[in-house]
Design a protein. Structure first.
Length: 116
């Protein structure tokens, strides 16, 4: 497993169209896969924009699988941005796509990947 990147390494990961396309693919796959893992109550929370940490944990685990498959700073960035964007689309806040939030999500994903 790669070492956890510094903030500057992490921020430099989105440098080209290939990385952008990876992020889009991760988001689509994670968004699809999470619906096979969540309960009806969790789906209701998404529908009604009620924050659910269990769903976030499932998204983090799916992101960790994507990151682990590629094991690169770019893949970690893509996984973190994808999960953060999904959370934003669930109307649970933008905290994981602005400021240091994406980096914090990357840490959660990295830790989850190391615990698999």
């Amino acid at each position: 497993m790669i070492p956890f990147p510094s903030q500057s390494e992490f921020r430099g990961a989105m440098t080209n169209m290939a990385t952008f396309m990876m992020a889009r693919a991760f988001k689509t796959e994670i968004q699809y896969d999470v619906f096979t893992l969540i309960s009806e109550d969790e789906k209701s929370d998404i529908k009604y924009s009620r924050y659910n940490e269990n769903v976030v944990e499932k998204l983090v685990k799916l992101g960790a699988e994507k990151f682990a498959a590629y094991n690169s700073v770019e893949a970690l960035f893509c996984a973190a941005m994808s999960v953060g964007t999904i959370i934003k689309e669930y109307e649970w806040g933008i905290q994981f796509v602005v400021g240091d939030g994406c980096y914090q999500m990357a840490r959660r994903i990295y830790n989850a990947a190391n615990n698999v």
